[in-house]
Each structure stands twice: as structure tokens, then as C-alpha cells.
Write a protein that binds this ligand. Structure first.
Ligand code: ZN
Length: 210
């Protein structure tokens, strides 16, 4: 398919495309690529995204907008606080093994509500009642308490540790993903998104994106 001809196919090219798109968004010069009827029709039969993204569900992290990409470009998985679970691992393995994406981006952000809720929980001040909110918070609690024990008490420091822990857990639990990295076919980048600036800041890279 000619439509897929310019799909970034290496970890380095995919990471460059992510950075370029984010730069266009940050500077207010988005190209809004591949969002027209032609693109819709050309990818209807088959998708070939160039990256997978696992990020927070926060409404301000709209993936295609902040990376200035189009239909069929990103395989996106999100939940509050980007908390790994078996279904998330399965989705990301699918992106790598079946769709062949060369890049997984794990994306946290500043002032994350899920991280804030977990900090509140450790202080006994979490007000939310939802049973499954408490499940999600419990999943984040080890990272929060470890960060706090290490003297990293600011929410953005804890979020950074959470992104690192998430990348570590992803790579250590998924054989498909760790093998793809070892083969040079995949890289995983953990990054933080700044809500006011719209910028992503890499925190950790596993694999080669140079
Ligand atoms: Zn968040």
C-alpha cells in the first residue's frame, strides 16, 4: 500500500516522528496529517501504526493532537495514571507482535490526578468512594511509598518514578516485548508530558532510538 510507504519502520525513525509531531504541536504549527477521507479509505482494510502509546487517560493527553499525527498512526492504550494490567500488556504485545510497531511510548504527565489520589490515600485523605478507584490506587501505592521513602515527595518526582517502574515492568513481564528490543526491532521510551507547554520530556529509553 502506497499509503504506508512513509510509515517510520525503525525505532529511531518512529521516535523522530513522535518528536517532530510534538514540536509542531508545541509551536502552534500542526500539519494535521493523514486525517482526510483518502486516509480513512486507505487504512480501512488494514492498519499499520508506527507506534503504540500507553498513557494516562487525562483528557488533555489527546494522543493524535499532541503528536500531530493522523488516522492509523498510533495504537493507543490509556487508563487513569497509565497503570499496567494484563489487558494492557496484551494490547501492547498485540501492537508489537501482530502490528509490528517499532516504538512503545509510555506517557505520564505533570499533576496527574491518579498519582495525586494515591498520595492522598497514603496520607489517609482520599475522598473517592469507588471500589475500583481504590483498586487502581492500590496498584500505584508501591511506587508512591518507595519514592517517598527515597525522599522524592513532589508529585512530579513520583510520576517520573512511576513511568520508570512502568517501563521496567513492561519489559520484564513481556517476553515478546523484551525479545523485540533485544532484536533491535523495538524501543520503549518513557516520557513525561507538560500540560501547560504541551512538551514531552523523555525519562527512560530501553532499546536504541539514536
Ligand atoms: Zn494523569
Amino acid at each position: 500500500m502506497t499509503e504506508h510507504a512513509h510509515r517510520p519502520s525503525t525505532p529511531a525513525d518512529a521516535w523522530q516522528a513522535i518528536k517532530d509531531g510534538n514540536e509542531r504541536f508545541v509551536t502552534g504549527s500542526p500539519a494535521h496529517p493523514r486525517q482526510d477521507i483518502d486516509r480513512r479509505e486507505s487504512v480501512a482494510e488494514q492498519q499499520a501504526p508506527f507506534a503504540a502509546l500507553f498513557g494516562c487517560a487525562d483528557s488533555r493527553l489527546s494522543a493524535e493532537i499532541i503528536f500531530d499525527v493522523g488516522l492509523g498512526d498510533l495504537f493507543v492504550v490509556r487508563n487513569a495514571g497509565q497503570v499496567l494490567a494484563e489487558t494492557i500488556l496484551g494490547s501492547l504485545e498485540y501492537a508489537v507482535e501482530v502490528l509490528g510497531v517499532p516504538l512503545i511510548l509510555i506517557l505520564g504527565h505533570d499533576e496527574c490526578g491518579a498519582v495525586r489520589a494515591t498520595i492522598n490515600a497514603t496520607e489517609g485523605t482520599l475522598s473517592a468512594e469507588g471500589e475500583f478507584i481504590h483498586d487502581l490506587v492500590a496498584r500505584l501505592t508501591p511506587t508512591v511509598t518507595n519514592s517517598q521513602a527515597a525522599g522524592r515527595i513532589l508529585i512530579d518526582e513520583i510520576t517520573e518514578d512511576h513511568v520508570k517502574d512502568t517501563v521496567d515492568e513492561l519489559v520484564s513481564r513481556s517476553g515478546v516485548i523484551s525479545k523485540a528490543i533485544a532484536a533491535g526491532k523495538l524501543a520503549v521510551v518513557g516520557a513525561n508530558y507538560r500540560l501547560s507547554l504541551g512538551e514531552i520530556h523523555p525519562i527512560i529509553v530501553v532499546g536504541d532510538v539514536a
